[in-house]
Design a protein. Structure first.
Length: 500
């Protein structure tokens, strides 16, 4: 694989002297793509070109499927206690290169180093969970289901699976899927976002060192052609996807039409309901962290504060005060609490939403459009932005912005707040701040988002719980990681026996 030449250091920042050209990892080897088209990968903090990624072809995908298919019979018959041995080594190596991976995430995505470190930790948590597959994959049995007849179930791997993963967590999200799939005895293909492919290049360097048999884990770079090739390929049994709702729906429909298992995690418009009896200072601090963490580029960001009754006046100014404390800059710099947006195009998209909000009559309390980083004038920065007087009909109150824009809505009472959340077509995550157990229980019982927090800002399930939304935020029935991972990556076979 092509690697960059030595970098120089200027004012504490590494400056690359060569641009890395990425390759695919197929059948245990680094191989060049068939594609003649390449995408540019930039450091969003500086605007510097740092890599070129091939926009892979259907032939690239087919090559990976052939390698994974060839590896499947041997891997499928490998005992589970042996299959997890490369995962044990993978966990050890990920810990050894923890900071290297985190720095790469920051460099290609823009997150702060602490945010990147947290995401790498969550990736390792999934490897940790997959190590228990000899226990978690066990079936069930019952004697004498009828006279002299016994019945038992076993879980069996299915074949080749693939994951199509997003730009916002380039090291973490593929690990929601790959460790569980291969621990269950399947082989796997990762198609990372072409915007942030470098983290997975490092992860596959580590997986190669971990000792997986050739073809068990494969990496194919690409964009839409590669995605559609994965969805259409008859040799792929199932697909996992994380991204926007329109693309999730496309992945689900096209993949299911081709007879695949599909889990497609879509977009979000997450509400945080603040009741008058809440700890208002705490709610303001946590809501601000939730919205502006990772520059708002995460599906669990609470992007709307729905203030109920008297909580509105109490929390509005505190949200602005908290947002003003955020330090925007290069995520690699100490003390920075919010980095840039991932690309210039995405920044323009978010700015477009701010302009829509103004045109629709929302009141701009804090405007981040004018922020410039004096050290990095070419970076794609946008400061924290807060709208007041937002209604559910406005684009900023209805659509996923995926940037550092917080909207404040009012609800006259608890029932109206619940009604606003229930009417929204998306249902990924939500939170409520209250000191009332009755309100917390009612909210949990009545609203539909599948991930819900009480007095917390980001309802992010740990690896041993399922991750995924509801309504138009999720397509499929089995979600990411947790027990659902074993269900998704195995088939249950029922065996009924009589011996006399």
């Amino acid at each position: 694989m092509t690697t960059p030449r030595e970098s120089s250091v200027v004012n504490g920042h590494a400056t690359a002297t060569a641009v890395r050209t990425l390759e695919n990892h197929i059948g245990g080897r680094w191989v060049a793509s068939d594609s003649t088209r390449f995408g540019d990968v930039f450091n969003p903090a500086t605007g510097e070109l740092i890599a070129r990624v091939p926009l892979g072809t259907a032939a690239d995908v087919d090559r990976a499927v052939q390698a994974a298919s060839k590896a499947f019979p041997g891997w499928r018959t490998t005992p589970p206690v042996q299959r997890v041995k490369p995962l044990f080594k993978l966990k050890y190596l990920l810990e050894q290169r923890f900071d290297d991976i985190a720095r790469t995430v920051t460099r290609e995505h823009g997150k702060t180093v602490e945010e990147s470190r947290s995401s790498v930790r969550r990736a390792i948590d999934n490897v940790d969970l997959a190590l228990g597959v000899p226990d978690r994959m066990q079936g069930t049995a019952l004697e004498d289901i009828a006279s002299g007849i016994d019945c038992h179930t076993v879980r069996q791997p299915i074949g080749v699976f693939a994951a199509i993963t997003p730009f916002n967590f380039p090291a973490m999200v593929p690990m929601w899927f790959l460790p569980h799939a291969v621990a269950c005895g399947n082989t796997f293909i990762v198609k990372p976002s072409e915007r942030v492919p470098m983290s997975q290049a490092i992860m596959f360097e580590i997986m190669h060192e971990a000792g997986f048999p050739d073809g068990v884990v494969n990496l194919v770079n690409g964009a839409k052609e590669a995605v559609d090739a994965i969805l259409d390929h008859p040799g792929i049994a199932g697909v996992s996807f994380v991204g926007s709702t329109p693309v999730a729906k496309h992945v689900y429909e096209r993949g299911a039409k081709a007879g695949k298992r599909v889990q497609a995690l879509g977009g979000a418009k997450n509400f945080v309901v603040v009741m008058p009896d809440a700890d208002i200072p705490r709610a303001a601090t946590v809501s601000t962290e939730s919205c502006f963490g990772c520059a708002g580029e995460r599906c669990l960001a609470n992007s709307v504060v729905l203030a109920v009754g008297g909580a509105y006046e109490a929390i509005r100014d505190k949200l602005v005060d908290e947002a003003k404390k955020i330090k925007v800059g290069d995520g690699a710099d100490p003390g920075v609490t919010m980095g840039p947006l991932v690309t210039a195009q995405h920044r323009e998209k978010v700015v477009g939403y701010i302009e829509k909000g103004i045109a629709e009559g929302a009141k701009l309390l804090l405007d981040g459009r004018g922020y410039k980083d004096p050290r990095n004038p070419n970076g794609w920065y946008l400061g924290p932005t807060i709208f007041d007087n937002v209604t559910p009909e406005m684009a900023v109150g209805r659509e996923e912005i995926f940037g550092p824009v917080l909207c404040i809505m009012r609800a006259k009472d608890f029932d109206e707040a619940v009604d606003i959340v229930r009417k929204h077509e998306l249902g990924n995550a939500t939170s409520i701040f209250t000191s009332s157990g009755r309100y917390a229980r009612e909210y949990r019982y009545r609203v539909e988002p599948s991930m819900l927090g009480v007095n917390i800002g980001v309802a992010a399930p740990m690896a041993f719980f399922p991750f995924g939304g509801a309504k138009q935020s999720f397509f499929g029935d089995l979600k990411a990681h947790g027990r659902d991972a074993i269900e998704f990556y195995t088939d249950k076979k029922v065996v009924i026996t009589r011996w006399w």
